[in-house]
Write a protein that binds this ligand. Structure first.
Ligand code: TXA
Ligand code: MG
Length: 328
């Protein structure tokens, strides 16, 4: 179905599947989600089962307006309101105090709930048609790169989802930014499609705790993530020497080596099916990253050498994902 103009009868059919407790994979502007009715506990259990997801890793509730928001969120702090007004619908997830309507299954027993309003007409139409929030983790097997096409969902979850709504490739290609607004200053728990810089333009200073050293307040960031089957090796932006010697070393070890580069310096170094040059625009790099990792996997690359990106704006999110993918 077309991304801009969802077919209403298909959307109604998908909502009916959700209503009877089924699972529907749906497009958003970030990545595809694995949807279930937020009020159907059996369906939610099935989401964890199908993904192979640890039960203490809570789910995001997708809403299309204030009605579903009020159902699940007890209290919206001022800075949460400001961020919602500025960036919803969009790639921002807010963690807030939950209502008693939200099951422990959704939140992993936490007293907060993560909510977002996706910027995609098909997702919004589906939520409206159901009339309730839709829980939606990324529709990949736990630990794999998030799906940016319906085909990726099919590759990971074939036979285990009732319906996959295909609206073409997602535009952002990385997951939403998760911000806990129950604390002040608010805390970024997962870097994502909305940059820290843009958030700080609206509410001033925020802190970041994406689970490295301290408490891992966002349970999901504790687990290995975003990883293709191949071993990912990361080199610095434009570090031609490190790149070339790593490539030679891996080839000498007899490995099938895939590469993802983008600086003009490395773009010219080699060519071929295993050598992927992504545009240097960080938005386009981000959009194609997960897809390219999956493609090199499908070609049976055993090692993927990736050239890092400058760490600002969306580049910070890209580097976060690449580090997680490379720390097996
Ligand atoms: O872009 C996205 O966010 C996609 C699309 C489908 O909306 N969804 C997605 O969901 O990436 P998932 O389940 O793969 O990631 C949800 C993240 C996890 O890191 C989880 O730990 C965190 O949100 N999270 C959920 N509820 C939370 C809560 N109450 N407190 C802290 N972190 C929470
Ligand atoms: Mg995920």
């Amino acid at each position: 179905m077309s991304a801009s103009n969802p077919e209403q009868d298909v959307v109604e059919q998908a909502a009916a599947v959700l209503r009877r407790g089924g699972l529907v994979a749906f497009p958003t502007e970030t990545v595809y989600g694995l949807g279930a009715d937020v009020l159907n506990l059996d369906a939610i259990r099935n989401v964890f089962h199908v993904k192979g997801r640890p039960p203490d890793n809570p789910l995001i509730v997708h809403v299309s307006g204030t009605r579903q928001l009020d159902d699940v969120v007890d209290e919206i702090p001022d800075k949460g309101k400001m961020l919602g007004e500025a960036f919803w619908p969009g790639p921002l997830t807010l963690v807030m105090k939950r209502t008693i309507l939200v099951s422990d299954l959704v939140t992993g027993g936490l007293d907060t709930v993560a909510v977002r309003m996706p910027d995609h007409p098909v997702a919004l139409a589906l939520i409206r048609a159901l009339g309730e929030g839709i829980v939606g983790p990324s529709a990949n097997l736990s630990g794999r790169p998030s799906p940016t096409t319906a085909q990726h969902v099919y590759d990971d979850l074939r036979g285990q989802v009732d319906l996959i709504l295909d609206a073409g490739p997602t535009t952002i290609g990385l997951e939403s930014t998760v911000v806990d607004v129950t604390v002040d200053p608010p805390m970024i728990l997962r870097l994502g499609g909305l940059t820290r810089e843009r958030i700080e333009e609206i509410i001033g200073r925020v802190e970041t705790d994406t689970g490295g050293n301290r408490t891992a307040r966002s349970p999901g960031t504790r687990y290995r993530h975003y990883a293709p089957r191949a071993t990912v090796l990361l080199v610095q932006y434009e570090d031609r020497e490190a790149f070339a010697s790593l490539l030679q070393e891996q080839r000498q070890a007899g490995k099938a080596v895939g590469c993802i580069v983008h600086s003009p310096l490395l773009a010219k170094l080699e060519s071929g099916e295993f050598y992927r040059v992504l545009p240097s625009s960080i938005e386009i790099f981000a959009r194609h990253l997960f897809r390219t990792l999956r493609e090199l996997d499908a070609l049976r690359a055993e090692v993927i050498i990736v050239e890092g990106v400058p760490e600002q704006g969306l580049g910070a999110t890209v580097m976060d994902r690449l580090r997680r993918a490379s720390h097996g």
